[in-house]
Design a protein around this ligand. Structure first.
Ligand SMILES: Nc1ncnc2c1ncn2[C@@H]1O[C@H](COP(=O)(O)OP(=O)(O)O)[C@@H](O)[C@H]1O
Ligand SMILES: [Mg+2]
Length: 201
């Protein structure tokens, strides 16, 4: 028990819990959900519920090859639909790997109309969108903690900002623990690949 709570506080919380759990419609919907789950578990023929989100993330974790810039954009566009509205994306990969192309797809998925180019000289660009704003950061030229601090990037770690970082190695110590890390590159057949190495979901 929290020592700062008075007995009356505690009692109130208990009363509230009791009321919620004994409310008939809650009880019946919980019961129905549990029954459905049990039936599904008992019957191996029951198809799993359609869940495009885990499918896409699973495919990305295994790594996907794209055969054109458009394919990379469309992959990122699908990802944009399932990203939390406060996600930070660390896009690892050499020059020409497809990082900016990937961000173009993210922007499209977020309903952003403005064109996305590499913000190498401006360091970062904010693209306002109807679902979330996309902050596109190119960390290549950042050299020290003072420079990183002066950008006040913390403001973009909250909803409704999705922060996409090219050259994230440059700000590795600054990146939040919850950042989604992607590797992008070019295969021996000159196709491109995208792989999700670490995610918060
Ligand atoms: N499958 C693909 N995925 C991404 N880019 C591709 C692909 N195929 C060709 N490209 C081309 O490769 C280049 C990638 O450049 P860019 O996205 O700017 O890379 P980076 O930002 O990593 O330096 C673009 O010119 C793009 O049109
Ligand atoms: Mg780029």
């Amino acid at each position: 028990m929290n020592t700062s709570q008075s007995p009356a506080d505690v009692c109130e919380v208990h009363d509230l819990q009791f009321t919620v759990y004994s409310y008939p419609s809650h009880q019946s919907s919980n019961w129905r959900a549990r029954a459905q789950l049990k039936t599904a578990n008992r019957n191996p023929q029951t198809p799993p519920p359609a869940s495009p989100v885990p499918d896409l993330l699973q495919q990305l974790r295994a790594g996907l090859t794209t055969h054109s810039a458009e394919e990379t954009r469309s992959l990122a566009e699908r990802l944009a639909h399932v990203l939390p509205r406060n996600a930070t994306l660390a896009l690892h990969g050499d020059l020409g790997a497809g990082k900016t192309t990937f961000v173009q797809g993210l922007a499209h998925g977020l309903g952003i109309q403005s064109s996305i180019t590499s913000p190498t000289f401006t360091i970062f660009t904010i693209h306002r969108g109807p679902i979330a704003s996309l902050v596109h950061l190119d960390a290549y030229r950042l050299e020290n903690d003072r420079q990183i601090d002066s950008l006040m990037l913390e403001d973009f770690l909250i909803t409704p900002y999705i922060l996409a970082v090219e050259w994230p190695e440059k700000i590795a110590s600054w990146l939040p623990e919850t950042a989604w890390h992607f590797s992008l590159g070019i295969t021996s057949e000159q196709n491109h690949f995208v792989r999700l190495d670490k995610s918060a979901a």
